[in-house]
Design a protein around this ligand. Structure first.
Ligand code: DGL
Length: 260
């Protein structure tokens, strides 16, 4: 079984992509809504939450963990890999590689939470491979609460996006990494604001592709369901009405979120 966690509902964009890419695998998801957002919190706190989330998923039978949260991937990956004896997959590397492949002018924008941008991890990953590339990062702390509130098409959301994306537009980036798993829900608005010539990199899709390749190379890691029925189970640490609404919207089906 594949285990996936996020600070809330954003990681469901990764889970949705995994469901589509790997329909024969069961998955268990944990959204730590009680503690969302992670982005403004310290690395130590985000790491502690990430350890608890991983323990929860392992108890439920996960054999591999996807950290479907850029903030947690940025600051907690090393600790999780040291503490747990299962493969830990993060969302940064697949998105960074894709951005390197896509950029033609070598000017890449990153939008993410404060924790992700502060960690500088995207810049490091990109410039290690391409020291000639310029990476421009923009923290967007208001976007996660807007998504968690289901304010996906509000005038206020558009205004805030305009403010956040303006500096990146000025830098003439040709590729923009959605460095937070909540942001795919704002993809249309972001594309409209940044311009259609800029390629958006969705870390949820890149991570699902990465895990598909990983499981092909390492099939023994996760038990495929064989004749048994595939299960997709979604747990949350706080089952709010808005979370249920956004979850239904992400999956385009009525979702059962179980209070953990
Ligand atoms: N989806 C998380 C991420 O990718 C959001 C983090 C947060 O809760 O601030 O960074």
């Amino acid at each position: 079984m594949i285990g996936i966690f996020d600070s809330g509902i954003g990681g469901m964009t990764v889970a949705r992509a995994v469901e589509q890419c790997l329909p024969d695998y069961s998955l268990v998801y944990y959204g730590d809504i009680a503690h969302t957002p992670y982005g403004p919190k310290s690395p130590a706190t985000i790491t502690n939450y990430s350890i608890k989330n991983t323990e929860f998923l392992l108890e439920k039978g996960a054999e591999i963990i996807i950290i479907a949260c850029n903030s947690a991937s940025s600051v907690a990956t090393r600790t999780l890999r040291e503490q747990f004896n299962v493969p830990i997959i993060e969302v940064i590397s697949p998105a960074a590689s894709k951005a390197i492949d896509c950029s033609k002018n070598g000017r890449i924008g990153i939008i993410g939470t404060k924790a992700t941008v502060k960690s500088n991890i995207y810049t490091e990953k990109i410039t290690t491979v391409r020291p000639d590339y310029k990476v421009y990062s923009q923290p967007c702390p208001l976007l996660v609460p807007l998504v968690e509130e289901n304010w996906l098409n509000r005038r206020e959301t558009k205004m805030i996006l305009r403010r956040y994306l303006h500096p990146l537009k000025e830098k003439q980036i040709d590729t923009l990494v959605l460095g937070c798993t909540h942001y795919p829900l704002l993809k249309k608005l972001i594309q409209a604001r940044i311009g259609k010539r800029v390629t958006l990199i969705d870390s949820s899709i890149e991570t699902a592709n990465f895990i598909k390749t990983f499981l092909k190379k390492n099939p023994e890691t996760v038990n495929k369901n064989g004749d048994k029925q595939v299960s997709h189970t979604y747990y949350v640490s706080d089952r709010t009405e808005t979370a249920c609404k956004v979850a239904d919207r992400i999956f385009s089906r009525p979702m059962e979120l179980i209070q953990a």
